[in-house]
Design a binder for this molecule. Structure first.
Ligand code: NAP
Length: 292
């Protein structure tokens, strides 16, 4: 059993605290709106009136607040910083790599071990065997408390000692998710405008999914290897993609659909073609993802 201080009893914080309690840990919870911390008392948590009180008897302090502004406003108070000294601080609030690195540097200066985490799941998945939570920062601290992290997510992983690495992966993985979700929004707008029902579309999507998955894997390998010229193994050149893409633009214009998502694709196709990459592999578009 580990004594754990916890700041935050929102949707995610509540799921994390309840899972820690279920695994037998002694959890001292503070939340800005005290009723939410008190409600966790029914599950065995010890509600505390301040973050410093929640940290006082803990070995580990976990923070899960809305954003880093809310978290910094608490952590950077002298009473809290001194209560955290010699302990492990685990930041599970979402942030950018820079905010994670800033907090890691602050913690090091205060004599606090630090792990920055990224929760790759919604609250209902907390505590499940396949749930991924990424951590970066103090390897020693991660190893020491690995069973606590494994209880929160069975697929929890230590990335590396760069405090910002977990946050960077968070943004990359979310980009992947948003790419799919925004693509789905565009697809649904097309089928609805063209009077095709969603079940029919979903059945065809399942058949095309292996083609999409293979194209994605090929893109990752080609960008990694810098192999972006059109060659015998290229599935479709940028010119071929762009020709098919024109049909989507026409449907959007004819049916009065929002062109915002397609415009983003179009901007990248146009940049590549204007710069002489029409006959290159789709992977050549990666050259236009960096602006400086
Ligand atoms: P939430 O339900 O809105 O909870 C937000 C928490 O932050 C509450 O405890 C809230 O306290 C506290 N808070 C907000 N502003 C504050 C302030 N100025 N000072 C002190 N406390 C403040 O949000 P959530 O979904 O649990 O998300 C919490 C964190 O987990 C976020 O960083 C989010 O990105 C991350 N996350 C969430 C999910 C998800 O699916 N929900 C998934 C991955 C990561 P009050 O109760 O007093 O309002």
């Amino acid at each position: 059993m580990t004594a754990i201080g916890f700041f935050g009893a929102g949707r995610m914080g509540t799921a994390l605290v309840r899972t820690l309690l279920k695994n037998g840990h002694d959890v001292h919870v503070w939340n800005r709106t005290a009723e939410k911390a008190q409600a966790l008392g029914a599950f065995g948590a010890q509600p505390q009136p301040t973050p410093e009180a929640a940290s006082a008897r803990a070995e580990i302090v976990i923070v899960n607040l809305l954003d880093y502004d809310a978290s910094d406003a608490q952590l950077r108070r002298p009473e809290v910083a001194s209560a955290l000294q010699g302990k492990l601080l685990v930041q599970l609030t979402s942030g950018s790599p820079k905010t994670a690195r800033d907090t890691g540097a602050w913690a090091a200066a205060e004599g606090i071990a630090y792990l920055d985490g990224a929760i790759m799941a919604t609250p209902n998945f907390i505590g499940e065997p396949d749930t991924l939570i990424l951590y970066s920062g103090s390897r020693t601290a991660y190893r020491k408390y690995e069973t606590v992290f494994a209880a929160l997510g069975g697929k929890s992983a230590f990335v590396n000692e760069d405090f910002g690495a977990a946050s960077a992966l968070d943004s990359a993985l979310l980009s992947q998710m948003w790419g799919t979700l925004f693509g789905t929004l565009q697809a649904l707008a097309v089928i609805e405008a063209e009077d095709i029902d969603a079940e029919t579309y979903a059945a065809y999507l399942r058949l095309v999914q292996p083609v999409i998955d293979l194209a994605e894997q090929d893109l990752m390998r080609r960008v990694r290897d810098g192999r972006d010229g059109g060659d015998a193994e290229t599935f479709a050149t940028i010119a071929a993609h762009n020709a098919a893409f024109q049909h989507l633009k026409h449907i959007n214009a004819e049916r009065g659909l929002n062109p915002t998502i397609a415009d983003a694709f179009g901007t990248l196709f146009a940049a590549a073609i204007q710069n002489g990459h029409a006959e290159d592999d789709f992977a050549a578009l990666a050259r236009f993802m960096v602006t400086r």
